[in-house]
Structure formats: structure tokens, C-alpha cells
Design a protein around this ligand. Structure first.
Ligand code: ZN
Length: 116
């Protein structure tokens, strides 16, 4: 029984070490959700607001996120879109890794309590 627990402890420690290495290896990241939308400029006679077959401008891309309790929406140029999308994917991966790290540490603390 005790050796079972030691095996579990070692497995968790290995998982923690692996997760920490994965976190350390992450590239640039930023939180948020990307979305795109078509806009109407409001200039009289513009194709976007003509009564017949209006053609709106865009799509324009935005990143919205909440950080330290404050929400932000930021314009993202078409050129920057792939880069920002990658940063958002990295952030989501970071969150999953942190969650796994915390989960493993909670489990490890629980096992060590039982070992006493
Ligand atoms: Zn317009």
C-alpha cells in the first residue's frame, strides 16, 4: 500500500516537472476572443449605406479580453491576425497547463498527508 502511494507520488512529481517544462517553453501569449465584424461608416452615398444592395466594410478583426477586472477590445489588422490568433491559442494552452499543474499539486499534497 505504501509503495503504491510512492509510485503515485513519483508519477505526480514527473507530471508536475513535465508541465512546468511545457509552461517554460511557451511562446508569446495573450488572453482574449477574436471576432470579426462588418462595419457601416455612415458617410452619405457610401456603398455601405446605400438603400439597395448595401456592401458593408470589412470584415474587421477585434480581440476582446478581460484583464484585472477590466474589459478591453482591440482592433487587430489583417496582417497581425495569424500572429494574434497564435498568441490566443498559446494563452489557452497556458491556462490548461496551469490548471493541470495546480491539480497535480493538490493531489500530491493529499497523498503526502496520507503517507504520514
Ligand atoms: Zn461606408
Amino acid at each position: 500500500m505504501l509503495s503504491d502511494m510512492n509510485a503515485s507520488t513519483r508519477k505526480l512529481q514527473a507530471e508536475i516537472a513535465r508541465t512546468q517544462r511545457e509552461i517554460a517553453a511557451l511562446g508569446p501569449l495573450r488572453p482574449g476572443n477574436l471576432y470579426s465584424r462588418l462595419n457601416v461608416c455612415g458617410k452619405p452615398g457610401c456603398r455601405c449605406c446605400r438603400p439597395k444592395n448595401p456592401v458593408k466594410h470589412g470584415p474587421y478583426h477585434y480581440l476582446s479580453y478581460t484583464f484585472k477586472g477590466k474589459s478591453h477590445t482591440e482592433f487587430v489588422s489583417k496582417r497581425d491576425l495569424p500572429k494574434v490568433a497564435e498568441q490566443v491559442r498559446t494563452y489557452n494552452k497556458f491556462r490548461r497547463l496551469v490548471e493541470r499543474l495546480v491539480e497535480c499539486n493538490i493531489e500530491l499534497a493529499r497523498l503526502r498527508k496520507e503517507e504520514k
